[in-house]
Structures are given as C-alpha cells and as structure tokens.
Ligand binder design. Structure first.
Ligand code: KIV
Length: 271
C-alpha cells in the first residue's frame, strides 16, 4: 500500500515518509472551498493556498499586493473543504521579511485564524531568523527557493534562476540552511533540472518542484494553469491537463443561447 493510501490525514511526517519510500508528492494550489473539496477528494497530497491568489483570484500582475487578511480569507475557505490533504498557506510579501517578531505574529495569525497546517516562506539566509523563530513556536514551515515571485522587482523577469555558478552555489547553501532551521519541505521554482536533482539528493526533507525537472520529490502547479482556465499562460514547464477555458466558454455560450431562445427553462425545469 502507498504511504498516501495508508494515512487518514497527510502530515509533514507523511511527506518525509513518502520521500523515504520514493513516492512522489503531488501538490496543487487552491483558494476556495469548492475546488479544495474537489482536489482533496481526487487524492491530492498537499494543497497550497498560494499567494498566486493575487494573480488568479484578484487579477493583479504580481503576488506583491496580496495582504495577510486576503490570505487568511482564502485559507479559511480551503480548510473547510479538506479532509485529508496537508494545507500549506503562503505568507504574503511584507509579513515576514526584515523582522522576525512580525514574522512570528503573522504566522500565528494564519495558524489560529485559518486552521491551516503550515506556512510557506520565500527566501534563504536573508529570512533565516524568521524561519527559526516560527519553527521554534511549533509551526511547520515550507521553504521556497529559486524563482521567488515576491522578489520580482529585484529579479526583473520570471526567467529561470540559478543558471550561473554563484547563484546555484547560494541556492545549495540556502537549501541546507533551511533544512537545518527545521523546514519540513522546500519548493524549488524554475531552476535547472540538474541543480534540482542535486539539491533533492542532498536533503533528507522533500523538495517540491515547479519548472525544476522530474527529480524533485514532488511537483506543484497552479490549479488554474493546469486546468487550462488561465489559457494565455503557457510556460514550458506547464502541462495542461484540461481545457476548462473551452469547456466553460462553450457551456456559457450554450446557456446564453438557450435563455435567448426561451429554451431554458423548459416545463420540466419549472414548478
Ligand atoms: O503561490 C504559488 O502558487 C506558489 C507556487 C507557484 C509554488 O508559490
């Protein structure tokens, strides 16, 4: 029996066992109750209440504007729909950088007000004191290295990170620091597959890749991208598993036509 099938609820310990057993971890983003229920019932291991909500829910260009209040709202909705998956909640930009007391207070709000099981934070050595303080308080932390979208104005583009030796060396050192600080897993975003493989093999905690190749211990995608809702976004790393853009457009066009033709509702759809 797989580790996922063995457990009633996925915990951070389950993910560690999955890595040890060579069982890949499947993670997707979710932002609301209905989709969280669907994804959980479909067997997802981890649901990330991503700050990508800023893009796909709120229509912002970046993840920078989303607030702690917004993230708490989305996480509350997701948690209500979940029975088995581990829920990870992104700490939004501005709630943990630069001051570890503020970071701890933000993480505590997320845990107390949402019922989520853990938080995710972007960055390495620069935010180590915040991670250490949050872990010390008993809150599980998922790290996030490589392309860290909250720093988009520093990077300037969403291109692949750590192609140069110096950046790759820093990433490897950061990954070890985050593991030592007590992170239970690491997201590796948009880095060369060979580097992700090396990092994954050097750590005992699982790595979850997005645009980081097949040798990570798990994979994550933004739900709207993989379901083809967000049909303009087609980076190389994305596999589209459905084309809900077409399905929904056709359904809505049919509904509009039926209403206009007085075909809907018919007698059996009326009281
Ligand atoms: O917010 C998000 O969706 C993420 C994933 C891309 C890892 O951080």
């Amino acid at each position: 029996m797989s580790v996922h099938a063995e457990v009633k609820k996925v915990t951070t310990h389950t993910l560690l066992r999955m890595k040890q057993a060579g069982e890949k971890i499947a993670m997707l983003t979710a932002y609301d109750y209905s989709f969280a229920t669907l994804l959980d019932e479909a067997g997802i291991d981890v649901l990330l209440v991503g700050d990508s909500a800023s893009n796909v829910m709120a229509g912002n260009e970046t993840t920078v504007p989303i607030t702690l209040e917004h993230m708490i709202y989305h996480a509350q909705c997701v948690v209500k729909g979940v029975n088995k998956a581990l829920v990870v909640v992104d700490m939004p930009f501005g709630t943990y950088q630069g001051n570890s007391d503020v970071a701890l207070a933000s993480a505590i709000r997320i845990m107390k007000e949402t019922g989520g099981h853990s938080v995710k934070m972007e960055g390495g050595e620069e935010i180590l004191d915040s991670i250490q303080k949050i872990v010390k308080a008993g809150i599980p932390v998922m790290g996030h290295l490589g392309l860290t979208p909250q720093s988009i104005y520093k990077f300037g583009t969403y291109t692949v990170r750590a192609k140069e030796i110096a950046e790759a060396e820093k990433l490897k050192a950061d990954a070890l620091l985050l593991q030592e600080a007590g992170c239970f897993a690491l997201v590796l975003e948009k880095i060369p597959a060979a580097l992700a493989k090396e990092v994954s093999e050097s750590l005992h905690i699982p790595t979850i890749g997005i645009g980081a190749g097949k040798d990570c211990d798990g994979q994550v995608l933004v739900m709207h991208d993989m379901l083809g809702i967000n049909h303009h976004f087609k980076p190389r790393f994305l596999r589209q598993y459905a084309n809900l853009h077409i399905v929904i457009t056709q359904a809505v066009q049919q509904y509009v036509a039926d209403v206009r033709a007085v075909d809907f509702p018919n007698d059996s759809e009326a009281y």
